[in-house]
Design a protein around this ligand. Structure first.
Ligand code: SF4
Length: 486
């Protein structure tokens, strides 16, 4: 999972706006951050490993002038966490210059690599995005849009892209639309009283505000943009200063938005499919209370992501809601940390029980997922140590039985506890008094949307886009490919 952001800011400082918008997407990736900008003539790039605030330091941004910019924060699903793999990618080719920010994961990387003259040795990094950038830069087409229309039908998997050339910003979603991408309109900036320089005029297209693309609508809110619509699956949206957006369809839409975006990944203040995600998650909690009732004294969330569903569970069950753990907001998400050792240590760094709240009480602890089980087990252990009388764990999603190959780092089945353990075995492993998961039917009731239109593959194994046999190793597929061979 990654965050992508793009800005067309006529007469403005697009790079600063892109940095600001990217801050709203920090939860989508914490390994690296970067910005590419165009001044209409030339593309420039700055990227580094680290959190957005560390990388996109105010003092660096003035060196990225221009009306167009894209930004990216990364959580690795192909390639390791090294500087070269940070995004946006940038390729200055003889045919065109391009920068790309990618959210998602391609599933036919090997096949695409075979089509790249010169093969792996031509790639400065080991991500599928770098490969896609090279293919697009090489494509003998008149312009970037034509190159995209020719190349994208060969690309399979999940990709929500922000693409920048010298003159345009282009937003793209793959034909399934696995990952979200929202289009927003940036209002014209009011002129400061007494401002000097060029006066804006109602007929001046440069005075008409601009356009924004963001992985989530929360990013639009941060820069003051109004939501216009989602980029459609299989669509390119072309944005240029002073012009209305142009739409080009490159593939038939077969929508399969990742349902986990609604359950957990995206911010609760974001909107998807016309729904506010806090409300969706609250309804999941209400359904969970109906499906898995238990006598208890308190309902508490695993902070912060379990909070909306816990509120819904309390509302649905009539059991009082309290916060039973403090979360250190300055520690990263444990799920995002790439190594198991860091992930395990992260629990105690991040969460501390409120002993006065939990001591002697029968607790219903609501969370949004169990992936490996180790985090939940550590949380139950902390609550028991703090004196909880009973700990009943409730999960506002179905068990994750199957790996994801579309941009979430659960691509190794052996790391998914539900793939090899029954619910009772998981309960015993996490040492809870009881364990209940929301059913797929309950989830659909909470979504108030039909199953069609979503990817539910990690719950039911129905993969909307077929994945090749060697997918289990595919995170590092480009690192394994011998340099010099296609
Ligand atoms: Fe989302 Fe699961 Fe589908 Fe991956 S497999 S896109 S996590 S629903």
């Amino acid at each position: 999972m990654c965050g992508v952001f793009g800005v067309v800011a006529p007469g403005g400082d697009a790079a600063r706006l892109a940095a600001l918008g990217l801050f709203a997407l920090q939860h989508r990736g914490q390994e690296s951050a970067g910005i590419a900008a165009s001044d209409g003539d030339q593309l420039m790039l700055y990227k580094d490993l680290g959190m957005i605030a560390q990388v996109l330091d105010e003092r660096r941004l003035p060196s990225l002038p221009g009306q167009l910019a894209i930004a990216h924060c990364r959580y690795s699903t192909t390639g390791s966490t090294v500087w070269e793999n940070a995004q946006p990618t940038l390729r200055l080719g003889p045919r065109r210059a391009l920068a790309i920010g990618h959210n998602g994961n391609l599933v036919n990387t090997r096949e695409l690599l075979e089509g790249l003259p010169g093969g792996r040795s031509r790639l400065p990094a080991s991500t599928d995005t770098e490969l896609l950038t090279a293919l697009l830069a090489d494509e003998p087409a008149a312009d970037t849009v034509e190159a995209l229309v020719r190349v994208l039908p060969r690309v399979r998997g999940a990709y929500s892209l922000v693409v920048l050339d010298e003159r345009r910003l282009i937003g793209i979603r793959d034909p399934h639309g696995f990952r979200p991408l929202a289009l927003g309109r940036l209002p014209a900036m009011p002129e400061a009283p007494g401002a000097s320089g060029r006066r804006s005029h109602p007929d001046d297209p440069d005075a008409a505000g601009g356009w924004v693309l963001s992985s989530e609508t929360a990013g639009l809110d941060v820069v003051g943009a109004d939501f216009v619509r989602d980029v459609e699956p299989g669509e390119l949206v072309i944005l240029e200063p002073g012009l209305e957006p142009r739409s080009v369809r490159f593939a038939e839409a077969r929508p399969a938005l990742c349902v986990f975006e609604l359950i957990y990944f995206a911010r609760p203040d974001s909107m998807m499919e016309g729904r506010n995600l806090y409300e969706v998650r609250r309804r999941m909690g209400m359904e969970l209370a109906v499906e898995h009732a238990v006598a208890a004294d308190l309902v508490m969330p695993v902070p912060d992501t379990g909070a909306p569903a816990a509120a819904g569970y309390a509302e649905g069950s009539g059991v009082p809601y309290r916060e039973g753990m403090y979360r250190n907001r300055y520690a990263g998400r444990t799920f995002i940390q790439p190594s198991q050792a860091l992930r395990h240590r992260g629990v105690t760094v991040k969460l501390n029980p409120l002993r006065e709240v939990v001591r002697g009480r029968r607790l219903i602890v609501v969370d949004d997922s169990i992936v490996r089980g180790t985090t939940t087990r550590a949380i139950v252990g902390l609550l028991r140590k703090a004196g909880a009388a009973e700990v009943h764990v409730r999960i506002s999603a179905p068990p994750i039985y199957h790996p994801c190959f579309y941009g979430i780092d659960t691509s190794v089945e052996t790391e998914l506890i539900a793939a090899s353990h029954s619910v009772e075995e998981i309960r015993a492993f996490i040492d809870a008094d009881s364990l209940g998961y929301l059913s797929i039917e309950g989830l659909l009731r909470a979504l108030e949307l039909p199953y069609e239109g979503f990817c539910f593959a990690c719950f039911d194994g129905h993969y909307p886009e077929p994945v090749p046999y060697d997918v289990a190793r595919r995170k590092f597929v480009l690192e394994e490919a011998p340099a010099g061979r296609g």
